[in-house]
Design a protein around this ligand. Sequence first.
Ligand code: LRH
Ligand code: MN
Length: 438
Amino acid sequence: MGYLTIDRKMSLIPPEVIAASNAKLMSAHLADYDALAVRLARENIDIEHMVDRLMTLQVGLPSWGMVSGGTRYARFPLPGEPNNIFEKIEDCSVVHQLTGLTPRVSIHLPWDKTDDYSELRQYAENLGIGFDAINSNTFQDQTGQARSYKYGSLSHSNAATREQAIQHNIDCIEAGKVLGSKALTVWIGDGSNFPGQNEFTDTLERYLESLKGVYAHLPNDWRLLIEHKIYEPAFYSTVVQDWGTSILCAQRLGEKAQCLVDLGHHAPNVNIEMIVARLAMFGKLGGFHFNDSKYGDDDLDSGSINPFQLFLVFNELISAERRAKGQFDPAYMMDQSHNVTDPIESLLNSARAIAGAYVKALIVDRDALKGYQEDNDVIMAHNCLRLSFETDVRPALAMARVRAGGAIDPIATYRASGYRNQKMKTRRLRSDLGGGIV
Ligand code: LRH
Ligand code: MN
């Protein structure tokens, strides 16, 4: 997506803390690395090449995931959690410093609204953090807002309400241009709770008409990412309910419009990796919100419930990348809600799970797989994937982190730094216990 590499000028975890933590683990790490190198070499895989590829992987962090998340029942504050976008970016820089994998934050407006976005950009770049897709929000009403989104936003029956929602998305693009972002993610909660409440075609036509107004304001090098979701907050119908609706809208809007796949936005047991293959085949795979779920849109840590599915998604991504001969760069971002863990620790774990799925997909013997598929040798084809998934690639992940100035064991190093304890002393303790995602 043409994002510039940003050099961190200030490190919030003292490098000596990382060095001391790594020193304890280095000899075991190097022994494990050499063993994996030998194991992979037996399959003609050069581990150094894998590590080089891994060091190009970049995953955007969700600004709203830096605070203790909530459900409709309650949110339990975390002492030392951030209170504003500046503090959220501090925590993002810690995740990037320890993993080398997360150089950008995806912000949400107006949750992260600030008076001076160039000041915010400067602050973030000083900490080595850039800005990924901007997320608009027309699923909540803001104090003093002229028209309510209770019955919808971009698809609302009232033109003035739609115009208000269009203007908000345009404001998001304007803020993003100052921040150096290159994409706008549009997820709307528009839908209905009762049969008869909405006319399905009227609502989608209104949505498309509104999005045309937003699309017209996109800079040439930007993307508009359409995020579908099966249900919630609407519980009978959702205007952009599935990938089919999303791709048809993206095709209708134009080449800068693509589809974003949030792993938690599908009915249980939907074959998400096949959706990824389909969207890639038609050149409309624009990005991801990585997370995991067991029941609904649970926004749990990536790879924490169904790591095999995450691997199968990356298997399709590597296959699509080969087909696209390089013209392929979906925006990888996380979208998680950390209700009972320290968000930094969950994101450190999730970045590692995503990197693991990526490397395991890289080591799949695709020529052998193709042969078995064409020979309908079912077991051997399946085992091609199983073998890679069952390969312990952690030494390669750790080596990439070390070479990026990060930690062999990010969680242990983070805890050794006492970062959160420090923030408990300097940050205001939030008292809002109410429900809600943030
Ligand atoms: C909707 C969603 C969307 C965000 C929100 C925080 O469920 O996935 O991506 O705007 O979560
Ligand atoms: Mn999402």
